[in-house]
Ligand binder design. Structure first.
Ligand SMILES: [Zn+2]
Length: 327
């Protein structure tokens, strides 16, 4: 599932390509996106990224809201649109950049592969010239619909602050998130994933942030302290910004990696995420995992000071998450 870094990256790319221009917005062949005509042919003012949500703001006051969810992804391309494949939900194309016709084949080619797909030539380290994208296609989102400004504002009000929006001149700052967390009895592991507390953090960043700050993931929110929460927020902003540029989530420090290599080698990007059963890079203890509120939590029992009971509650090696969930 894309986390905030990926969402902000799409926003930056699509701002470069489409902001301030008239665009065509088309539904896929199955016409599940019935309201595309409300913004089709209109000027797209700006793309906003908040947590895991994208909002394409149009000059007529409407927003195209996209939430990629677990399976959604964009394909970007140059030239005329290509023949649609699979369950296409929506297309955005610069107005006047080619025929608005999907039957055109030609020099069009996709610039980016699917999320978790084969690596594209674009490694995300170069600035992105606007003229390099003529269109995007969207497949598999949880939501692709038109919001009016009230509905968009209601979404913003519901979401917690976003560490990636915490930049000079940005409007998000952590005090609202910190106050909300300190008022809850829920575990910090669950609160970090709660988009109403902090927006944009997913399963990888929550596990890695808790390890980096040596926090017991089962600590209730109201037993956390402001200093640690502030440090986690600051660290999240740095890690997610790096993930946005790299398109790769790397959370280990060079000095902690077994190879001491920079950039991180494969398998050395994370301290705990998906490293269950393997030795901790820092203390050598076996990394544990457990299903918490439907998502897998990973942690080091020694560095993160879990109690005997918490450590014993981890999944035994070889036991599937599914069988644990049934119990
Ligand atoms: Zn450890």
């Amino acid at each position: 599932m894309p986390e905030g870094n990926e969402i902000h990256r799409w926003a930056a790319r699509h701002n470069a390509a489409f902001a301030g221009r008239k665009v065509n917005v088309l539904p896929g062949p199955n016409h599940r996106f019935r309201d595309a005509h409300l913004v089709d042919g209109k000027k797209m003012v700006q793309v906003h990224a908040v947590g895991k949500h994208l909002g394409y703001e149009f000059a007529n006051g409407l927003y195209l809201h996209i939430h990629l969810g677990r399976f959604g992804d964009f394909t970007e391309g140059l030239g005329p649109l290509v023949e649609p494949k699979g369950t296409l939900r929506a297309v955005m194309q610069r107005a006047g950049s080619g025929k608005v016709s999907r039957s055109v084949k030609g020099n069009a080619h996709a610039l980016t592969g699917p999320y978790n797909g084969p690596p594209s030539k674009d490694d995300g380290t170069q600035p992105f010239p606007a003229e390099d994208v003529d269109w995007w296609e969207l497949r598999g989102p949880t939501d692709c619909s038109i919001y009016d400004s009230d509905k968009w504002q209601a979404l913003l009000n519901r979401l917690g602050p976003d560490p990636l929006a915490h930049e000079p001149g940005g409007h998000d700052e952590p005090s609202r998130a910190i106050d909300a967390i300190l008022a809850k009895k829920t575990s910090i592991a669950e609160l970090l994933m709660d988009q109403e507390m902090i927006s944009g953090i997913g399963n990888i960043y929550r596990a890695e942030l808790l390890f980096r700050h040596r926090v017991n993931p089962f600590t209730p929110g109201d037993a956390m302290d402001t200093k640690t929460l502030k440090a986690i927020w600051k660290d999240a902003a740095v890690l997610m910004k790096a993930g946005m540029v790299d398109r790769r989530i790397v959370c280990t420090k060079k000095s902690d990696r077994p190879s001491k290599q920079e950039p991180a080698l494969r398998g050395e990007e994370h301290y705990v995420y998906r490293r269950h059963g393997k030795p901790c890079f820092v203390c050598g203890e076996t990394i544990l995992r457990k299903d918490v509120a439907g998502r897998t939590l990973y942690w080091c029992p020694k560095d993160q000071h879990t109690t005997k009971e918490q450590t014993a509650s981890a999944l035994k090696p070889g036991v599937s998450l599914r069988s644990q969930r049934v119990k």
